[in-house]
Design a protein around this ligand. Sequence first.
Ligand code: ADP
Ligand code: MG
Length: 388
Amino acid sequence: MTQNVESHAFQAEVQEVLSLVIHSLYTERDIFLRELISNASDALDKLRFEALTHLDWLPEGETLGIALDADSEARTLTVADNGIGMSKEDLTGNLGRVASSGTRKFLEALKEGSAENTPDLIGRFGVGFYSAFMVADEVVVETRKAGAEEGWRWKSDGQGEYTLEAVDDLPRGTVITLHLKEAQEDEPDYTQEWTLRDIVRRYSDFVEYPIQMEVERTEPKLDDDGEPIEGESQTVTRLETLNSMKPLWTRPKGDISAEEYAEFYKHHAHDWTDPARTIHFKAEGTLEFTALLFLPAQKPMMMGEEGHPKSRLSLYVRRVLVQKECEDLLPVWLRFVRGVVETADLPLNVSRETMQNNRQVAQIRKGLVRRILSDMGKWFEEDREAYE
Ligand code: ADP
Ligand code: MG
């Protein structure tokens, strides 16, 4: 079936970002994968959340996950998720305009500084989806939104325009295919299993969904009794999960390194600097909850601006994210605190309205405030300079 292919121009600001990303000498290109995986993980969160009210969007038995697939001959890498997907409007709104706060911040810093420190700025603020163009000279996004029939293909070489066309029979979710640039001599090859495995472990180990990849292994051939036959081997393909997936806050404090906390914070808060303070605790008693809270090192962007959330804590109930920017967990004056709170003592379908008058929520809030203030007091005594 032939379809109309529409061309669209990138918003001027996006084109500026793309040109910088493409031509910059930024060396830590590995972060493109973290960005794509983080988007996939956000899309899976959204689907999981929406599926609470649209039961048919997530058929029983379907596992939510992220799949990587590399082809070293074709020099392609795909990152696929079965998350919420994007409609045509989502595509034009998100992948053609400046949608992410990181990109916005990058642009602002760029205006203040000079073009020479672009590489540094890319590292500090990240440029989200557009970072794919650091390693790819063409990016194809195929996506179908949950609940929609029609799927779409978005395609661009990052030079001013992207195209859109309707595509039939796409699975729900998003498949992003990167046509990789030739790898420079001293650069990692992003079609190699070990490269990908290493980047995933470094940046995305705590992502809650399995990040899977088919790997090839040479194994000894087995005889009918299951014993290896000497001198005979075979190549087998297996699907492997590259990340450990364990939500960081559920792990014992003593087992978590400062780097793991920092990586989690950056992923969660979309920040590019390490947190100033980490507060991780479990409250036990009549009401049980676990909190992993962070005090950012810098004043969060847009704080106090209209449309900016009053609080930035995510609420999980039994591993399921029920509210991303839950306003009732902290008073407004603590809105700079980021992190997650998990409890088993609330229903999954708590709505924003019922949260406000919920006794348990009020209790959690009290516990959080007490703990944050006591930690800040400690900080004041330990290192007054940093505190101030
Ligand atoms: P951010 O993640 O900070 O919002 P990005 O540039 O990384 O910014 O992504 C822009 C937007 O594109 C996302 O907010 C999301 O709406 C959309 N998007 C990107 N990747 C996906 C995906 N895999 N599935 C669904 N939506 C996506
Ligand atoms: Mg992103």
